[in-house]
Design a protein around this ligand. Structure first.
Ligand SMILES: [Fe+2]
Length: 427
């Protein structure tokens, strides 16, 4: 007889285990699509909570995520509770975090254990929760599932916790993933904001620098600022990235920084410079290079641009007599922007050239002195001014000197003709 009862009990237990296992598998198969569905995380949290609540046989449930500084649990979703604030917040002391972290799976709460795991200082009474399950990944607490009353006030059975624990493991992973992606987004936007403010700061500081470089003579006032602006516009017309364009602007502002060491008298000399004076003036490239080398600018190439902006495509420039292919494209852009502005500006020993005269001269000197692609980009910007399609005029204060679009087209055609060595390509 005893043997009969024992066998029956064993069979009943096996059936029970099998039922639990089936329920767990069923809940897990529900949870999979819920976690991986493409939707808003709050909807995902709500759906996960429903699955867990049903698996736990609860009528009420809430899902919490752990937040740092200050440590607290904040609800992501809740259902079934008559009065549950949104969000519900439960501040945690270090002892609570320790207790929740060391908790191995779900546990039933009673009057004696509430304060071990939760504080009463939040906007929700811990007594609403009858069973809690910690959410952990890699041994680290990331949140908590809290179950409230069951149908008919039935008690929770620790024998059912295995399934709940398994589900909570997946919920914990989903919460961890979400908080990681949120942190990443926050960090990226914070870095971008810092970078933007840093660029603003640099731009303002460099503009002040550029103005200071050009104080030596009235004829060069505003030169570095204009070169920065022209270089950036040429880079933009060449399809460069915003970061590269910003670098060109900064390099234009600083390209003549070495002139701080040149005798002020040379800038106002009404005749051509003698060889010694020319050497002193030309040395501004090397002196400038010495000044900016070692400064950690947010853009590369500044030292090369400062040193080589007077190099010419045929190797006739200074200080290193480099050929076009030996200097980076940024150097060629700033070199052309510098020449363009210098030709359009008055000097003590010569009048300024007109815009048309300047561009004709530049096209005449290309490709011997300048990179044709850079010259073409300069023409693109001037043409945009001529048809009024530049939001801010490329020539800004010199817009009155503008050319007719047909004149710019004529110059572009001349450049093309030169580049194809006089050959005509008919289509
Ligand atoms: Fe220069």
């Amino acid at each position: 007889m005893l043997w009969f009862f024992a066998t029956n009990t064993r069979v009943a237990l096996q059936k029970d285990n099998l039922r639990r296992l089936l329920r767990t598998v069923e809940a897990l198969s529900d949870l999979g699509p819920v976690i991986t569905a493409e939707r808003d995380f709050s909807q995902c949290a709500q759906a996960m909570l429903s699955v867990v609540r049903e698996a736990g046989g609860a009528r009420e449930a809430a899902l919490f995520a752990l937040h740092d500084r200050p440590s607290l649990l904040r609800s992501l979703a809740s259902e079934g509770f008559a009065l549950m604030p949104d969000p519900a917040v439960v501040p945690l002391l270090p002892k609570h975090i320790h207790a929740l972290t060391t908790l191995q799976g779900p546990t039933i709460l009673d009057a004696a254990s509430y304060e071990i795991y939760l504080s009463s200082n939040g906007n929700v009474a811990p007594e609403l929760f009858k069973c809690i399950a910690p959410l952990k990944t890699g041994g680290k607490l990331v949140g908590m599932v809290a179950l409230g009353r069951r149908e008919g006030e039935a008690l929770y059975d620790p024998g059912e916790f295995e399934a709940l624990d398994l589900l909570c493991h997946y919920v914990a992973l989903a919460i961890q993933n979400h908080s990681l992606s949120q942190t990443l987004t926050q960090r990226v936007s914070e870095n971008l904001r810092l970078l933007a403010s840093l660029h603003g700061f640099y731009d303002n500081a460099l503009q002040a620098f550029a103005a200071a470089i050009d104080v030596k003579h009235v004829n060069v006032h505003g030169h570095s600022l204009r070169v920065g602006r022209y270089a950036a516009a040429i880079g933009e017309a060449m399809g460069m990235e915003p970061g590269e364009v910003a670098a060109l602007r900064a390099a234009g502002y600083l390209h003549d920084i070495g002139k701080v060491a040149v005798d002020k008298r040379l800038f106002g000399k009404p005749t051509a410079l003698d060889p010694d004076e020319f050497r002193e003036m030309a040395d501004h490239t090397v002196v400038g290079h010495q000044i900016v080398t070692g400064i950690e600018f947010p853009w590369p190439r500044i030292p090369e641009i400062v040193r080589w902006h007077h190099e010419r495509a045929d190797g006739s420039g200074y200080p290193d007599s480099l050929m076009m292919q030996d200097v980076p494209i940024e150097v060629r852009v700033v070199g052309l922007a510098d020449t363009f502005d210098a030709m359009m500006s008055e000097r003590p020993y010569r009048e300024s050239l007109t815009l048309g005269g300047t561009l004709s001269e530049i096209v005449r000197m290309t490709p011997q002195k300048f990179d044709p692609n850079v010259v073409q980009a300069l023409l693109v910007q001037v043409r945009r001014d001529s048809v009024g399609s530049n939001r801010i005029a490329f020539l800004e204060d010199r817009a009155a000197l503008n050319l007719a679009p047909t004149d710019v087209d004529h110059l572009a055609a001349t450049l093309q003709h030169k580049m194809s060595n006089g050959r005509l390509y008919l289509t």
